[in-house]
Design a protein around this ligand. Structure first.
Ligand SMILES: [Zn+2]
Length: 354
């Protein structure tokens, strides 16, 4: 079953490599028990590549998710993260970017930072891990509004307008359960200009983490398919991070795509961070999304190294178990290939051009 490579919409592996205390000192090249993705486990599980996020944490003394969370009767809410200083964000994003290129250099041909859909296809064919450079939060561009063009030259091909905090472009959703993603104002003028710039250059705009008004602002103006790289169905798990049926319909109508997130908090009906979550919970979201947006518009966006995932999957080496579960549910080889990588390649070709 693991003959089908998986190309995946989101991981936070670069942060584990950047912060040794978070990544327990692991490297990308040796098999570790810590975290979710390294080259040996990627090979074992048929992880053929995906979006490698550059995400900048708030300074610890300012805000951490663990210290900002409070539990309510039927869920939780995380106090809003303050905006980042753009110079600090850019400096951190540059360090994370360097790490990705160091991984490419150090892998001796086994990892490639990809810039076109054709390069992804070649990598999947040849067993080279295909990495898309992704910035999760546009504050990472830094204080200079012209930075996107320079970063495009470096290899940036995907940008989340906001992570779950405000920036000068728009507002991300604070983490809340149960709560809907309509949590605040839409895009600013700078945000709308950035959407146009991304369209002009052919940079994918990731809508995961953006609040609902921001989502509708992008939907009303973008020329590209609507894409949420790592979000699930709100109807099955009512968190701010998931997509309402109306949002899903807009994604379908734009011929866009949703990457199914393995984070247990965005999968479970009760929103709890409990890794003892059956793989069938992932399958249920796949079923729902396929029904709502179509088999051509669903893929995976694991959130490996960024979230707690069902222990049955465990890490990248467990992907064949998920494909096996989907196969058992009646998904044949042709549609499994679509879910595993073909849909991502289609949407990236449409977005990037060529
Ligand atoms: Zn994320």
């Amino acid at each position: 079953m693991n003959s089908i490579p998986v190309f995946d919409g989101h991981n936070d592996t670069l942060l584990d490599l950047y912060l040794p205390e978070r990544g327990e000192g692991r490297t990308f090249f040796e098999r570790s028990e810590a975290g979710h993705i390294d080259l040996p486990r990627a090979r074992e599980g048929g992880f053929g590549g995906g979006f490698f996020a550059c995400w900048t944490p708030n300074p610890e003394e300012e805000w951490t998710e663990e210290s900002a969370i409070s539990f309510t009767e039927d869920g939780f809410e995380v106090a809003d993260a303050p905006p980042l200083d753009p110079s600090y964000a850019r400096k951190t994003a540059d360090e994370l970017t360097k790490i990705l290129f160091r991984v490419e250099t150090g892998a001796g041909g086994q990892v490639k930072v990809v810039r076109t859909a054709r390069e992804i296809e070649a990598c999947l064919r040849e067993g080279v891990l295909a990495a898309v450079l992704h910035f999760e939060g546009a504050e990472n561009l830094g204080p200079d509004p012209g930075a996107l063009e320079d970063l495009y030259e470096v290899g940036l091909r995907s940008l989340g307008l906001a992570w779950s905090r405000p920036n000068i472009y728009g507002h991300g959703v604070p983490f809340r359960f149960p709560a809907c993603p309509d949590t605040g104002p839409g895009l600013t003028e700078a945000g709308k200009n950035l959407v146009r710039e991304c369209n002009r250059l052919g940079v994918l705009l990731d809508l995961s983490h953006l609040n609902e008004r921001g989502f509708w602002d992008v939907a009303g103006m973008t020329e590209a398919p609507l894409v949420a790289t790592h979000s699930n169905a709100y109807a099955l798990c009512p968190t701010t991070r998931n997509l309402t049926d109306r949002q899903l319909d807009a994604i379908r109508d734009s011929d866009g795509m949703v990457g199914v997130n393995f984070a247990v908090a965005f999968l479970r009906e009760d929103g709890r961070e409990d890794e003892d979550t059956p793989i069938e919970t992932v399958v249920r979201h796949v079923d729902y999304l396929v029904e709502r947006v179509g088999i051509e518009r669903v893929g995976f966006g694991s959130d490996f190294d960024g979230a707690k995932v069902p222990q049955e999957i465990g890490d990248a080496s467990g992907l064949p178990k998920l494909l096996g579960a989907l196969s058992g549910r009646g998904y044949g080889e042709g549609v499994l290939k679509k879910l595993a990588h073909e849909n991502w390649v289609r949407v990236l070709r449409a977005t990037w051009g060529g």
